[in-house]
Design a protein around this ligand. Structure first.
Ligand code: 0L1
Ligand code: MG
Length: 261
């Protein structure tokens, strides 16, 4: 870490204010060029303390920037992790309130729900064995940075742009589907916006979980049983506007739909 605890707290204030009051900020590294990825995660941890103090609940984690399409779109070359809160969840076929968002984009992702704790260096096989089910999900990301422009320390401090998520379709036993070849189509107002296959996520979405578990282990933490984990957008993220109807279709897993109101 390069920043002291006081500065981490000031940066958490800034990000929290932007998240709560739906306004943009300039990237944190403009003022603190020495800010590291570790500092970004320290801001995330400070935000979690604040969210839980006001009654929110950590339900799981997200891996972001796990596909080449996403890395190229955002100009980075390593994944980032974030926290998923109970307050981010929205029901399938419902409406997501646009006035609480700045410039949202959607990502079609395969989500895992664990049945056993995962800790340390784990293999894809160990992730699969510890998985209760996999389920189609759409993440709504909404960077608090101007024009969605940031670097890794800044985006990590903003909880990896996480804002909302919707699950749907059919939960599947991970052994009954080939998790590398799930085809995905994202439609907006009936028109295809992006197509992809799940191997785009690190060759196998379970790899994103293994990387997350290693990330947690490096900080003395584990991924508990019952965690909900989103493994990252399979395609590039798609910008959305008020009134848009969204459907993400997942081969053999059903679809997730909702609208922006
Ligand atoms: O979930 C993601 O892949 C996004 C991670 C943060 C970067 C972004 O806002 O695109
Ligand atoms: Mg995502």
């Amino acid at each position: 870490m390069s920043l002291d605890a006081k500065t981490i707290s000031v940066l958490a204030d800034r990000v929290q204010h932007a998240q709560d009051n739906v306004h943009t900020i300039t990237k944190l590294t403009d003022e603190h060029p020495s800010m590291s990825i570790e500092d970004g995660y320290a801001v995330q941890e400070e935000l979690l303390r604040r969210w839980t103090a006001r009654g929110d609940r950590l339900v799981g984690r997200k891996a972001g920037l796990t596909s080449k399409a996403k890395m190229i779109q955002m100009g980075v070359d390593v994944p980032s992790f974030g926290m998923l809160l109970a307050s981010y969840a929205r029901p399938e076929n419902g409406a997501i309130e646009m006035d609480q968002l700045l410039h949202p984009k959607i990502e079609a992702e395969i989500a895992f729900v664990t049945k056993d704790e995962l800790q340390g260096d784990v293999t894809i096989e160990q992730v699969m064995a510890a998985t209760d089910y996999v389920i189609p999900a759409v993440e709504v990301i909404d960077s608090r940075y101007e024009n969605f422009k940031f670097d890794l320390p800044s985006v990590i401090a903003d909880n990896s742009s996480s804002a909302r998520y919707v699950t749907g379709g059919r939960p599947r036993n991970p052994r009954e589907v080939d998790l590398r070849t799930i085809g995905v189509a994202i439609e907006k107002n009936g028109e295809i916006q992006a197509l992809g296959a799940s191997a785009a996520v690190l060759n196998h979405p379970a790899k994103a979980i293994a990387m997350l578990v290693k990330h947690l282990a490096d900080r003395g933490q584990s991924l508990p049983a019952g965690a909900f984990v989103m493994t990252g957008g399979i395609t590039e993220a798609i910008p959305v506007s008020r009134g848009d109807n969204v459907v993400a279709r997942f081969q053999d897993m059903g679809s997730v739909s909702f609208r922006f109101a």
